[in-house]
Design a protein around this ligand. Structure first.
Ligand SMILES: CC(C)(COP(=O)(O)OP(=O)(O)OC[C@H]1O[C@@H](n2cnc3c(N)ncnc32)[C@H](O)[C@@H]1OP(=O)(O)O)[C@@H](O)C(=O)NCCC(=O)NCCS
Length: 204
C-alpha cells in the first residue's frame, strides 16, 4: 500500500509544480529533441508546464501529492473535442516559439501535430503529462497518482490514453493496464509509444 497522499492540485501549487515538472522533464528524450537547446531551456520548461496546469485547472483533473513532489494532468473527453477557431495557431504560436526557439520550431510543431494525428477519436481521458521530482522518482509517486484517477475512470467506464516519451516508462504504464497500440517516429528523432487502457470492471 502506497504512503503517497494524493490530492487535487490548487492554483497556488502551480509555481512549485512548474519547477518540479521542469526538473523531471529536463532529460526527457522528446522534449530534449524539440525544445530550445540553449540556456533558456529550464525557463521554457517551467513556462510550458505553468501554462499547461493553468489551462487544465478548469477541468478539475489535475492531481498532486501532499508534499508537492509530483503531479499528473489529465484532459477529459470534452476538452479534447473543444473546437479550435481559425485564429488558434496565431494565439498558440508565441508560447510555442518560446519553448522551441526559432531553430526548433519545426520540430515542436511536428511533435504536437504527430501526437494530435494519432490521438484516438473515441471519447477517453488523456494523460497529458505526469512528472515526479528527480529526488523522489522510483518511490511510487507516479503509481499513486495514476491509480487515483484510474479508480474513477474504472467506476465510470472511461478509457484512458497517453503517449509515453521514454521507453523506461512503458513498463510503469503497462503495470497499470495500458497497452501499446502504435508508435510515433519523429523524423531523425526519438519515438513515442501510444498507449491505450480500457476501463476495468470493478471486482466488488
Ligand atoms: C516516469 C515517472 C513519472 C515515473 O514516476 P515514479 O514515481 O518514478 O514511478 P513509480 O515509482 O510509481 O514507478 C517506478 C517505475 O517508473 C518507471 N521509471 C521511469 N523513469 C524512472 C526513474 N527515473 N526512476 C525510477 N523509475 C522510473 C520504471 O518503469 C519504474 O519501474 P521499475 O522500478 O520496475 O523500473 C518519473 O520517473 C518522471 O517524472 N520521469 C521524468 C518525466 C517523465 O518521463 N514523465 C512521463 C512522460 S511519458
Amino acid at each position: 500500500m502506497s504512503s503517497v497522499e494524493v490530492r487535487e492540485l490548487r492554483r497556488e501549487d502551480i509555481p512549485r509544480l512548474s519547477e518540479v515538472l521542469a526538473q523531471a522533464f529536463n532529460t526527457d528524450p522528446v522534449l530534449d529533441w524539440a525544445m530550445r537547446p540553449d540556456g533558456g531551456r529550464m525557463g521554457a520548461l517551467r513556462d510550458m508546464f505553468r501554462r499547461g496546469m493553468l489551462g487544465a485547472l478548469r477541468y478539475g483533473e489535475e492531481t498532486t501529492t501532499k508534499d508537492l513532489n509530483a503531479c499528473a494532468i489529465w484532459a477529459p473527453p470534452e476538452a479534447l473535442n473543444e473546437p479550435h477557431g481559425p485564429l488558434d495557431p496565431i494565439f498558440r504560436l508565441p508560447p510555442i516559439f518560446g519553448y522551441s526557439g526559432l531553430g526548433r520550431l519545426r520540430r515542436m510543431m511536428t511533435f504536437f501535430d504527430a501526437c494530435e494525428a494519432k490521438r484516438p477519436r473515441v471519447p477517453h481521458q488523456y494523460l497529458d503529462f505526469i512528472g515526479v521530482h528527480p529526488s523522489k522518482q522510483g518511490q511510487g509517486y507516479a503509481s499513486a497518482l495514476i491509480c487515483h484517477t484510474l479508480r474513477s475512470l474504472d467506476a465510470e467506464g472511461t478509457p484512458a490514453y497517453l503517449e509515453s516519451s521514454n521507453p523506461r516508462n512503458n513498463p510503469l504504464y503497462q503495470r497499470h493496464g495500458f497497452e501499446i497500440t502504435d508508435e510515433i517516429h519523429l523524423p531523425d528523432g526519438p519515438t513515442l509509444w501510444c498507449m491505450w487502457r480500457d476501463p476495468k470492471p470493478r471486482s466488488t
